[in-house]
Design a protein around this ligand. Structure first.
Ligand code: ATR
Length: 284
């Protein structure tokens, strides 16, 4: 990288714990370099119980904003002075902007990433066309459910090992969201247009996810929010069954686009294949 840091360099970043594995610095800095923007994107690792102090420090205006990742997304929302409807719906923020007057604004671009990835890799996908099943009931699942409801999905089925957690998400989002136990996944898959894995299963080194994907309609899109490995056992099973698939890397790249715009005031350069840049790092 041959960029020069100047007196006008705009600083943005990502805050998480741990954060060293994040691909976001690679993605944003590749865009900055390709667009010739005087900016830099770095990783911050506040102590797990000190995120509140980190945000307070940012009110001084030194940094334009940060993406927020595990485990700070929920507390990030609670620290903000203003929040977008989509951040409130997700009950989490993946983006904080630090205004020069000290105001902290929370947003959530994960839903844009999710729906953008579905539409990019499953051509013609319409979130409003039918019911969608989400596996898991943690923060990622809640964010996905609220984004899909906002996009017009007529019914989101939260399928989780611990039913009470699925019921809590369904209760918080009301209306178009229902809870199902993982043991009844086959019923929950009936007639869906998509199944989305939002559990932590499939992450390198974690347990596998045992679900009857064959019970989905043949046209159902199967998506995994996990991107490491890119081809998770869940997606491999979907491919074996001939289902169209969508990977988590596409979601990661697509949530970064509106974040970049919020930090640097410009859309990322379209002529850079940033997915290829990220893929290379994933494969290394
Ligand atoms: P996040 O906030 O990132 O979504 P989380 O709150 O830790 O993460 O939630 C992880 C989700 O993955 C939970 O819904 C969990 O199920 P439980 O609520 O029953 O614990 C789900 N999960 C993790 N490993 C799983 C596995 N092997 N099979 C099924 N579900 C799994």
């Amino acid at each position: 990288m041959s960029r020069t840091i100047t007196g006008r360099t705009v600083v943005a970043g990502v805050a998480g714990s741990p954060v060293g594995h994040s691909l976001s610095p690679l993605i944003h800095n590749a865009w900055l370099e390709a667009a010739g923007i005087d900016g830099v994107y770095v990783a911050f690792a506040p102590g797990a119980d000190r995120f509140d102090r980190f945000v307070e420090g940012m009110r001084g205006g030194a940094v334009r904003g940060v993406n927020v990742t595990i485990p700070f997304k929920e507390v990030a929302l609670s620290m903000a002075d203003k929040a977008s409807a989509r951040a409130r719906g997700a009950a989490a923020a993946n983006l904080l902007i630090f205004e020069s007057d000290g105001t902290v604004i929370a947003d959530n671009t994960d839903g844009i990433g999710l729906i953008g990835a579905l539409q990019a890799q499953a051509e013609g996908f319409d979130p409003a066309a039918g019911p969608i099943a989400i596996l898991g009931a943690g923060g990622a699942a809640r964010g996905a459910a609220s984004a899909l409801v906002a996009a017009g999905c007529p019914q989101v089925r939260i399928v989780n090992r611990t039913l009470a957690k699925a019921e809590a998400v369904a209760g918080a989002l009301a209306g178009a969201v229902v809870a199902c136990p993982l043991t009844a996944a086959a019923d929950a898959f009936d007639g869906v247009t998509a199944v989305i894995n939002a559990t932590s299963a499939g992450l390198s080194g974690s347990g596998s996810l045992d679900v009857p994907l064959a019970a989905t309609p043949e046209t159902a899109v199967v998506m995994d929010m996990v991107y490491k490995p890119l081809l998770t056992p869940f997606l491999a099973e979907a491919l074996r069954l001939g289902r169209p698939t969508v990977d988590g890397l596409e979601m990661l790249v697509r949530q970064a686009i509106p974040s970049f715009e919020a930090f640097f005031g410009r859309v990322p350069p379209a002529d850079l294949d940033v997915r290829a840049v990220a893929l290379k790092a994933l494969e290394a």
